[in-house]
Design a protein around this ligand. Structure first.
Ligand code: HEC
Length: 562
C-alpha cells in the first residue's frame, strides 16, 4: 500500500458537499456542440446530405482508424454514428474537426482541403441513418469474415518493434504469463507519439477460440446478442446482462448439459444506456434491481426468480452525463445503507476547474439508496468502469481506464482498492506524483496526495468490469482472486489488452502488483480482432461468464482438471 491520505481540501469535494442535487446537464437541447461559436453553427455545408462516393474512403482513411469504419467508436473514442454528433449541425462539426482537440487525442484537420472536410462531415451525418439499418440486422451478419485463416500472426506483425519490458503487446500475451509494472518503469510523456489504432472487428475465424491454461475449458454460452456489456450474478444464480445500445437488461438462467443457458429472457427494456446492475438490499432476498443508466440510477421491483421486471422502472437520482464516458456501475455497502456509483470523466483530460461538464465526474459518488445525500467518495479516477466490493468486506475496488494521447506506454490503466476521500490523480497528476504535462504547474498541493494504485496494468488495456472469485469450482489458489476484462487498446501503435486477466491476492485480500494473462486469443493481427471482453461474473456453478461485445456473445470458462 502506498500513499494514503484523507484530506478533503479539494474544491471539488467542497462543492460536492451540497447534499441533494439536480444535475443540469451541460448539454441542454440548445447547447452548442463543444461550445462551437454561434457564427459557425449555421454555416452551410455544400455537400449537405449528399456526400460524393469518395467521401466514404476519405472518412475511412482519415477517421476510421480511430472512430471505426462505421463510426461505431471504440473504447473512449466517441461514436460518430450516434450520440451528440448526430444532433450537431454540419457547421459545428466542421468547426470542431478543423480545430481538433489535441489534448484529448483528436487531431486537427485544418491541413486538409476545406472541400474534403465538408465532404467528410456530410458523410459522418449519413452514418446516423446507416447505423439505424445496420443495428436492426443480426449482429454477426454485418461483419463479413475476412480471410479463411487469419488466426496466425501475419508477417507484417513480426516486423513491428518489440515491446519494451515490462510493457507488452498482443503478440506476447499468453495464459499463465505473470506481469508486474511499477511506476519506476514509466517512460516520459510523449516518448512515443499518440497512436490511432482502433481495431477492425471481424467475424471469428474458423480456427480461432479463446485460449486458457490446461485444466480450464472455454465454451460459447450464448451468441447473437446485441452489444452485451456488464454481467452480474443475482443471489439466486441468474446472470443479468446489460445490452447498452439497445437499452435492455437480459437474464440468463442455468447451464444445460451442452453448456447453454436453460432459459433466457428480456428482464427490462426502454432504458437509455444501461451498464451497472446490482441487487438491493444485499443478501439472499433482494427486492430491487438497481441499474446505472447513463444519466440516472433507475430501479425495478424484483423477487428471486423473476425473469421479467414485475413493475415499471423507478427513477432514483440523476447522474452527471452528456459528453464522454457513459458507463455507470453500482455497488452497495454490506449493511445496505450506502450506494456507490462510478461516473467517468466527460473528456480525456479537461480541467474540472474550468470545465463545468466535469463537475462530479471522474469520481466514485456515494448516495443513500434512495438517491439522497450525494457526496464524493473518491476522486481523480478518470473512468472507474468496473466497481466491485470485496466479498464479506466494505472495501470498494475500481477497474480504471486512464488517459490517452501521451504515447504508447502512458498512462497505465489500473485496478485498485479505493479509499474514502482518496485522490487518484486525474487530470493534473498520474500514478503518484507525476504531473500531466498538459496541466503543468497546476495543483501542486495535490502532488503528495495522489494515491498510487495497487495494480498497474499495461497502458491502454481498457480495463472494464472486474469481479472477485468467490466460487468453489476453480482450484483453491484462485479463491478470492480478481478477474477483469480488458477490452483492448486504440491509442497504442501495437495493440494490447483483448484478454481476461487474473490478479492473484494469495488469500490475503491484498494485491502485490502482479497480474496474469488468463484468457487470450481474440486478436488476429495488429489491424483486426474478433472479440473484446467487457463484463465478467462468477456463475452459480463457480465457472466464469465473460461478455464479449466484439463477437456479441458470452463465454463460459470452467475448470475441468488436468
Ligand atoms: C487519432 C485518433 C483520431 C482520429 C484519426 C480522428 N479522431 Fe475524432 N476524436 C478522437 C478522440 C480521442 C475524440 C474525443 C476527444 C475528447 O475526448 O474530447 C474525438 C472526437 C471527435 C468528435 C467529437 C465527438 C463527440 O461526440 O463529441 C468528432 C465529431 C470527431 N472526432 C470527428 C472526426 C473526424 C471527422 C475525423 C477524420 C477527419 C476524426 N475525428 C479523426 C480521435 C480521433
Amino acid at each position: 500500500m502506498k500513499l494514503i491520505t484523507r484530506i478533503l481540501t479539494c474544491s471539488l469535494l467542497a462543492s460536492a458537499g451540497m447534499a441533494v442535487l439536480a444535475f443540469p446537464g451541460p448539454q441542454g437541447p440548445d447547447a452548442a456542440f463543444h461550445n462551437a461559436p454561434a457564427a459557425e453553427k449555421n454555416l452551410k455545408n455544400p455537400y449537405e446530405g449528399a456526400p460524393s462516393p469518395r467521401a466514404k474512403s476519405m472518412y475511412q482513411f482519415r477517421c476510421g482508424k480511430c472512430h471505426g469504419d462505421n463510426g461505431e467508436g471504440s473504447g473512449n473514442i466517441p461514436a460518430l454514428a450516434h450520440g451528440p454528433v448526430q444532433s450537431a449541425t454540419d457547421g459545428e462539426i466542421f468547426w470542431y474537426v478543423t480545430k481538433g482537440d489535441q489534448a484529448n487525442g483528436m487531431p486537427s484537420w485544418a491541413a486538409i482541403p476545406k472541400q474534403q472536410r465538408w465532404q467528410i462531415v456530410a458523410y459522418v451525418k449519413t452514418l446516423g441513418s446507416s447505423q439505424a439499418t445496420a443495428s436492426s440486422k443480426a449482429p454477426e451478419s454485418s461483419k463479413a469474415p475476412e480471410s479463411p485463416s487469419p488466426a496466425i500472426t501475419n508477417a507484417a506483425d513480426l516486423k513491428l518493434p518489440a515491446p519494451t519490458p515490462p510493457f507488452t503487446d498482443f503478440r506476447y500475451e499468453q495464459p499463465g504469463k505473470i506481469r508486474k509494472i511499477t511506476v519506476s518503469d514509466l517512460p516520459a510523456p510523449f516518448a512515443t507519439s499518440s497512436a490511432g489504432n482502433a481495431p477492425k472487428v471481424i467475424a471469428r475465424p474458423k480456427d480461432a477460440w479463446p485460449q486458457v491454461l490446461p485444466g480450464f475449458k472455454v465454451e460459447l454460452y450464448a451468441t447473437g446478442l446485441h452489444n452485451p456489456r456488464l454481467i452480474r450474478t443475482a443471489p439466486n444464480g441468474d446472470a443479468f446482462v446489460a445490452e447498452m445500445q439497445r437499452g435492455d437488461i437480459l437474464v440468463f438462467r442455468g447451464i444445460t448439459s451442452d453448456g447453454k443457458p436453460a432459459q433466457t429472457s428480456v428482464f427490462a427494456s426502454g432504458l437509455t444506456e444501461p451498464f451497472g446492475i446490482n441487487f438491493y438490499p444485499p443478501g439472499p432476498n433482494p427486492t430491487w434491481i438497481y441499474v446505472g443508466d447513463t444519466n440516472a440510477v433507475m430501479r425495478f421491483p424484483y423477487q428471486n426468480g423473476d425473469l421479467k421486471a414485475r413493475g415499471p422502472a423507478e427513477h432514483i437520482v440523476d447522474l452527471p452525463s452528456g459528453e464522454g464516458h457513459s458507463t455507470r456501475d453500482i455497488q452497495f455497502s454490506s449493511d445496505g445503507k450506502k450506494m456507490f456509483v462510478s461516473v467517468g470523466s466527460a473528456s480525456n483530460i479537461n480541467d474540472p476547474d474550468t470545465s463545468p461538464d466535469e463537475k462530479n465526474r471522474a469520481d466514485v459518488l456515494e448516495f443513500n439508496p434512495d438517491g439522497s445525500q450525494m457526496r464524493i467518495y473518491a476522486y481523480g479516477i478518470r473512468n472507474c468502469v468496473g466497481l466491485a466490493r470485496r466479498p464479506k468486506t466494505d472495501e470498494l475496488w475500481c477497474s480504471t481506464n486512464e488517459r490517452d494521447a501521451l504515447g504508447d506506454n502512458l498512462v497505465p490503466d489500473y485496478i485498485t482498492h479505493i479509499e474514502d476521500g482518496g485522490f487518484y490523480g486525474w487530470p493534473w497528476w498520474y500514478m503518484g506524483g507525476h504531473q500531466d504535462p498538459r496541466h503543468q504547474g497546476k495543483h501542486p498541493e495535490l502532488e503528495h496526495k495522489v494515491i498510487t494504485p495497487d495494480v498497474v496494468l499495461n497502458p491502454h488495456n481498457a480495463s472494464l468490469e472486474m469481479t472477485f472469485y468467490d466460487g468453489s469450482q476453480f482450484p483453491a489458489e484462485y479463491r478470492g482472486d480478481i478477474f477483469a476484462s480488458e477490452h483492448g487498446s486504440w491509442n497504442r501503435s501495437v495493440r494490447v489488452g483483448y484478454e481476461v486477466i487474473r490478479v492473484p491476492l494469495h488469500q490475503t485480500g491484498h494485491a502485490s502488483g502482479e497480474y496474469e494473462d488468463f484468457m487470450t486469443g481474440f486478436v488476429v493481427d495488429n489491424g483486426h480482432v474478433w472479440g473484446r471482453p467487457v463484463g465478467i461474473t462468477v456463475a452459480s456453478d463457480g465457472s466464469l461468464l465473460v461478455t464479449d461485445d466484439g463477437s456479441n456473445s458470452i463465454w463460459r470458462i470452467s475448470y475441468v482438471g488436468k
